[in-house]
Design a protein around this ligand. Structure first.
Ligand code: DX5
Ligand code: ZN
Length: 230
């Protein structure tokens, strides 16, 4: 099972282009795999953040993969914007749309990884058939209520990962919200492939070390050996 880290820019001052680009370049140098974009519409969640234009701006300035997390009502209205700019993962919420299937198909048709997110109150079995249908590339398990960074991890989220792993050996599982160096271990053990973090990464004294630890000690050892660094 591969382990990847997706760095959410939510806790940086993303409206300040200079700050944003520095944050993106810092996480790239520190070994993150994806930049995670929390698109909020002020409707599905209270807060409003940014749209595809900001994602496009970052794309022009990084080699990192683009991981778009849409916290918007009726994602079918905006999804083309993210498909057209060439995001690498596009994830929308199961709770935000009536029919997830055509949306997943549309994303997959463009060779983009199609993700379905579930909020903490949505039980795993609700997406069982969708996952089993093979239309889902990524399941994003929200381990906090969607809407803000810096919240505490909701207990039971790791068990939810294990449950989803039972549905499919091959689906990528991403966990988002309150991820830290402690809960990362159990999340990996239960079958998580992509850990999202904003606070743990951007508040770390040593960002590179934090990202390596999120990926796990085995990964860190291999990484250090490969690059022959301390
Ligand atoms: C919450 C967002 C998360 C958030 C994570 O709605 O989906 O991506 O940025 O932030 P931390 O890691 O601080 O919980
Ligand atoms: Zn997110």
């Amino acid at each position: 099972m591969f382990q990847r880290v997706s760095a959410s820019i939510l806790c940086v001052d993303y409206n300040n282009k200079e700050v944003l680009l520095k944050a993106v370049s810092d996480v790239e140098k520190a070994g993150a795999d994806f930049i995670h974009f929390d698109v909020m519409d002020g409707n599905f969640v209270k807060n409003k953040t940014f749209d595809h234009e900001l994602v496009n701006f970052v794309k022009a300035n990084t080699n990192l993969l683009l991981d778009v997390h849409l916290m918007v009502e009726n994602p079918e209205n905006v999804i083309d914007n993210y498909i057209n700019l060439g995001a690498d993962i596009i994830t929308f919420h199961y709770e935000a749309t009536k029919d997830a299937k055509p949306l997943l198909e549309k994303i997959k048709d463009k060779n983009i990884l199609a993700g379905i997110a579930i909020s903490p109150k949505t039980p795993a079995y609700k997406i069982r058939e969708l996952v089993k249908s093979g239309l889902v590339d990524v399941v994003l398990v929200m381990s906090v209520e969607p809407g803000a960074y810096g919240q505490a991890f909701i207990p039971g989220s790791a068990e939810k990962v294990a449950e989803i792993r039972e549905f499919s050996r091959s689906v990528y599982i991403e966990v988002d919200g309150g991820v830290n160096l402690k809960n990362a271990k159990i999340l990996r053990k239960m079958g998580t492939n992509i850990l999202v973090s904003s606070s743990t990464i951007f508040n770390a004294k040593n960002m590179k070390k934090a990202i390596q630890e999120l990926k796990g000690s085995d990964y860190a050892k291999r990484f250090l050996k490969f690059f022959n660094k301390d």
